[in-house]
Design a protein around this ligand. Structure first.
Ligand code: NIG
Ligand code: FE
Length: 410
């Protein structure tokens, strides 16, 4: 790759000569010897290099990237993370390897509750520094839009602080941060599920709505955490406050979170390790995006989700990193590897699920594919085809990251 000229002002970014442009559009074949042009932040042309550069000559571009031998693809849209956290839970990794269950760690006050204690003690500036550092890492691995959840506060003050840090991180970093309120992430040690659900609904949600940062409201609908009824209460109250529902569904047992997601018209239902064909059909019919988190299954040594039932039901599927202290994995490229090897997803589908699918799981239909009118968020991958993204694991194949037509990592 050679960047011929530094940006000098308005004009076009022309990426040309790519061995393959993988647009991410459903059903579209990769374009050989392809080019992409971005102007004013959006894609204005995609196609064979010869045709595209006739209309947008390389010589008159504000900036040109020679992508010979490289793949050009959309930036990753990572739709499920808990990437704002403090503390260190590496000892739990070792305990889980010795056979300790994730839920038992949580029930004993570890896991999420341990991160809650660390986040409550951390200063806003420390949280912001940690978030920006992780955004740098995610960006270097090709993520251009990321959803991040609160949920390590479990009290109004700390939940609001987390959301405020997310707003500041979004303003300070080129990666777009999509903020989700997840007060219903665990039951704090001084409460019980029913009393705490009341607190989320009556105290936290009105304050979160007044603050005006959060876009989504998510809930951990799981045995030993929030029941379907409690989850419904939280999500309905969220909708009343202008927040769009998301659901952590069927991760450890099949409790009914997927059907709940369909019922409330959630944007996404996530995890789905124990979802059935019936759940898949309900989700697909309701237009809910199923989000698979293969890194979590990998880290826990659990069975992977069955994506085929969702594909057969006609859903647009997504994969996400689930970057959090239980899944310390910022790389969406690695998520595509796990989707292929663990879930038997074909490479093109895995890459599409990590870009187009992820964008839909965040209500961001303006990005996720390389086609005219979409955001100019793209990656130059140092490999000849999209297959190499999942195929080459344990390394970062992303060479250049472009956000809205501007180089943000190389
Ligand atoms: O989606 N399952 C619940 N929440 C997270 C894990 C958060 C944590 O363990 O800190 C998840 O994997
Ligand atoms: Fe999660």
């Amino acid at each position: 790759m050679s960047a011929d000229e530094p940006p000098t002002g308005d004009g076009t970014l022309v990426v040309h000569g790519a061995s393959e442009v993988f647009t991410g559009e459903p059903g579209a074949d990769p374009i050989e010897n392809g080019a992409v042009v971005v102007a004013d932040g959006d894609v204005v042309a995609v196609g064979p290099t010869e045709a595209v550069t006739r209309e947008y000559p390389v010589e008159s571009a504000r900036q040109a990237i020679d992508a010979t031998g490289r793949t050009v693809m959309p930036g990753f849209a990572d739709s499920h993370t808990h990437a704002l956290f403090a503390g260190d839970r590496s000892d739990e990794f070792a305990a889980k390897l010795r056979g300790k269950a994730y839920q038992d760690i949580l029930a004993e006050g570890g896991g999420i509750l341990r991160t809650v204690r660390a986040v409550r003690e951390a200063s806003d500036d420390d949280l912001l520094d940690a978030m920006l550092e992780r955004l740098d890492a995610m960006c270097a691995h090709g993520t251009t839009t990321v959803e991040v959840k609160s949920g390590y506060g479990l009290d109004t003050e700390t939940e609001l602080r987390m959301l405020d840090v997310l707003a500041r991180a979004d303003a300070a970093h080129p990666v777009d941060v999509v903020p989700t309120f997840m007060g219903a992430h665990a039951i704090p040690e001084d409460s019980d599920a029913e009393t705490y659900t009341d607190r989320v609904v009556e105290e936290q949600l009105p304050a979160v709505a007044e603050q005006g940062v959060a876009e989504f409201c998510d809930v951990f609908c799981e045995e030993g955490v929030f029941s379907v009824e409690q989850s419904l209460r939280v999500l309905e109250a969220g909708v009343d406050h202008g927040l769009t529902p998301k659901v952590h569904a069927e991760e450890f047992v099949r409790l009914g979170g997927a059907q709940l997601a369909a019922e409330v018209g959630a944007t996404s239902a996530d995890h789905l390790l124990h979802a059935t064909g019936e759940d898949a059909r309900a989700i697909a019919e309701a237009g809910v995006v199923p989000v698979f988190l293969p890194g979590t299954a990998f880290g826990l040594g659990a069975e992977y989700a069955d994506h085929t039932a969702f594909q057969e039901a006609g859903a647009t599927v997504a994969i996400a990193s689930d970057f959090n202290p239980n899944c310390y994995a910022p790389s969406m490229g690695f998520a595509t590897t796990l989707a292929c090897v663990g879930m038997r997803m074909p490479p093109a589908e895995a890459v599409r699920a990590a870009t187009h699918g992820g964008a839909l799981a965040m209500d961001r239909a303006d990005r996720g594919t390389l086609s005219e009118g979409r955001r100019g968020d793209l990656l130059v991958v140092d490999a000849p085809s999209h297959v190499h993204v999942p195929y080459r694991f344990g390394q970062n194949v992303v060479e250049t990251v472009v956000k809205g037509g501007t180089l943000v990592a190389e």
